[in-house]
Write a protein that binds this ligand. Structure first.
Ligand SMILES: [Zn+2]
Length: 131
């Protein structure tokens, strides 16, 4: 019996140590991951948001007019409408043109970015709606 318990202890210890090491590595990784994501959230704070920001509609963005082939500055609020009830954004031009894209019916994201709106007004599907 004495041998068995000594034997058992001798073999249990390294396993326990491995488990402890694994647990601490997991905790450390989880912590550093969280720190990383909170850091990147701070860095992205200006651009990324869990919600649509109404002040985005006051921003100016550059877009190329297909009819004039020149870059013009447009106010995002002249193009996009935010619908609070459905928490989505509609592109007025695409909606009027009945364009087949998400912006005609209402586009929403989990992470809102003003860049998404700016990107849309340079997309072909949107520019086609302007013609
Ligand atoms: Zn559009």
């Amino acid at each position: 019996m004495a041998y068995e318990s000594a034997h058992g202890t001798r073999h249990l210890c390294p396993i326990l140590q491995v488990i402890i090491i694994l647990v601490s590595v997991t905790v450390l990784l989880a912590m550093s991951k969280r720190q990383c994501s909170s850091l990147s959230n701070v860095l992205k704070k200006k651009k990324c948001s869990a919600k649509f920001k109404p002040e985005w509609l006051d921003e100016l963005a550059e877009t190329e007019l297909p009819t004039a082939s020149k870059v013009v500055k447009v106010k995002l609020g002249d193009i996009f409408v935010y619908r609070e009830a459905t928490d989505d954004v509609v592109c007025k031009l695409c909606q009027e043109a009945k364009a087949v894209n998400d912006f005609s019916n209402g586009k929403r994201w989990d992470d809102w970015k003003i860049d998404y709106l700016k990107r849309h007004i340079s997309q072909k599907v949107h520019l086609d709606s302007c013609v």
